[in-house]
Design a protein around this ligand. Structure first.
Ligand SMILES: [Zn+2]
Length: 76
């Protein structure tokens, strides 16, 4: 699968904030992923990133919408 900046992906590992969804902010030799739940950014070597990403998620996906809602409530 090809990944682009701005794509939302799901990973095997859950971030401590509870989210499993990340936005891709950089692709290349290293991938940079930003947690949808808390904006924490991680850098991973490409093979590692490809290993933990399970699928691409659309921004219309219920899982993504739920995560955004959760976040709004946290920040309210
Ligand atoms: Zn997080």
């Amino acid at each position: 699968m090809e990944y682009h900046i701005g794509d939302i992906v799901r990973t095997k590992k859950q971030h401590p904030c509870g989210s499993k969804l990340w936005e891709i902010v950089r692709v290349g030799v290293d991938f940079k992923l930003k947690c949808v739940g808390c904006d924490h950014v991680i850098t991973l070597e490409r093979p590692k990133a490809l290993k933990i990403i399970t699928k691409k998620i659309s921004k219309e996906d219920k899982e993504y919408i739920k995560e955004i809602e959760k976040r709004k409530q946290k920040n309210a």
